[in-house]
Design a protein around this ligand. Structure first.
Ligand SMILES: C[S@@+](CC[C@H](N)C(=O)[O-])C[C@H]1O[C@@H](n2cnc3c(N)ncnc32)[C@H](O)[C@@H]1O
Length: 238
């Protein structure tokens, strides 16, 4: 049975769901991805290479997993994570407290109406968020608007492996095992049933690249990682 909501209910559904799973979110992520997720985030930050002393924004930051990596690149610059689910950021607060001396902050806000002036950030990251927004094009346009010319954006999302055999194994794992991991370690089977279903409904990487271009991003490229289970798209504002 589908747990995907109608589009107009989606934002409220997504917020409620992440509020429910906030405290177990990191634990489930590490186990479900065999610990690969942090490496993917490091690759994303490496792709946008924020300048020392600059400003970076992580959109849909959740528990802020991108922020320590961004802060390490920026040094005395500023790393901002924005999300509309407060409990996710509350669960991630210890990560900011551990960043001795580094400047990082959470902001409560919507990816579709970013509360920042044009041309504010040198680099933007976003991970596992575009599947959850009601208007991917608008999210890409907003990220483009707040990026300064010369800046870059990288988007990490789930993808579906291309090889039929890997795709079959991936589907068994994602649709059969992941909801069970979510139930045992995160106490919420429904949220981790939504995950593979939202992934199936998500545009394939080539379509996502086109949507980025339509939003204004230039030099858009993408690479598949981990046997094609995730894709990292990168674009520049020229
Ligand atoms: C799967 S989590 C990803 C969290 C984090 N980026 C990571 O890599 O683990 C998706 C996050 O996107 C947030 N989100 C979804 N739609 C959003 C929107 N329109 N505005 C702000 N945050 C949003 C959710 O609240 C949730 O915390």
């Amino acid at each position: 049975m589908s747990v995907l909501p109608d589009s107009e209910e989606k934002a409220a559904y997504v917020e409620r769901m992440f509020a429910r799973i906030a405290t177990g979110y990191d634990r489930v992520n590490r186990v479900m991805t065999f610990g690969l997720d942090q490496g993917w985030r490091r690759t994303v930050v490496h792709q946008v290479a924020p300048p020392v002393g600059g400003r970076a924004l992580d959109v849909g930051t959740g528990t802020g997993d991108f922020l320590p990596e961004l802060a390490a690149w920026l040094q005395d610059g500023l790393a901002v994570g924005i999300d509309f689910t407060l409990p996710m950021m509350i669960a991630g607060r210890p990560k900011l407290q551990a960043l001795e001396g580094a400047r990082a902050a959470f902001v409560d806000g919507d990816a579709l109406r970013l509360p920042f002036p044009d041309n504010t950030f040198d680099a933007i990251t976003t991970g596992f968020v575009m599947r959850n927004v009601t208007d991917i094009g608008q999210a890409f346009r907003e990220m483009y608007r707040v990026t300064r010319p010369g800046g870059a954006m990288a988007c990490l999302e789930v993808a579906r492996p291309r090889s039929p055999l890997v795709r079959f194994g991936h589907r068994l794992y994602f649709e059969g095992v992941v909801p069970w991991i979510g139930q045992v370690l995160g106490g919420d089977r429904r949220a981790y049933t939504y995950l593979p279903q939202s992934a199936r409904a998500f545009p394939p990487p080539e379509r996502l690249a086109l949507m980025m271009r339509e939003a204004g991003w230039r030099h858009v490229t993408y690479r598949l990682h981990s046997l094609g289970a995730v894709a990292i798209h990168v674009g520049a504002k020229v």
